[in-house]
Write a protein that binds this ligand. Structure first.
Ligand code: HBI
Length: 97
């Protein structure tokens, strides 16, 4: 879909993003990495993907988890840019888990 088009909740639900919940117009997920170094490595991969996509989540690195919030600031909602990055982040977390 159009990366500038805000998605409906039905479209977001249909995206099958198991790790992610819609909270206050943002997609949120929490990944339990188990230790700080793994969390930091996950954040590093998220950062690289965010730069490549020119789309940037809010990321909180704590012990023992990484919390990620995604939205498209320009439309103040969720677009396909968020769905695509959310999928990648879930894949990274699954690979590192
Ligand atoms: N990241 N999450 C998010 N939302 C945006 O709208 C956004 C971004 N990163 C870069 C970006 N927009 C740029 O396209 C503009 O700031 C130029």
């Amino acid at each position: 879909t159009d990366p500038k088009q805000q998605l409906t909740t039905a479209e977001i639900d249909d995206s099958g993003l198991g790790d992610w919940r819609l909270v206050c117009n943002r997609l949120k997920a929490r990944f339990r990495t188990g230790d700080f170094a793994t969390g930091l490595a996950l954040v590093d991969r998220i950062g690289a993907a965010a730069e490549a996509a020119d789309h940037h989540p809010d990321v909180t690195l704590t012990y023992p988890e990484v919390i990620v919030a995604l939205s498209s600031h320009d439309v103040r909602g969720i677009t396909s840019r968020d769905i695509e990055l959310a999928r990648k982040i879930s894949e990274f977390a699954a690979e590192m888990g």
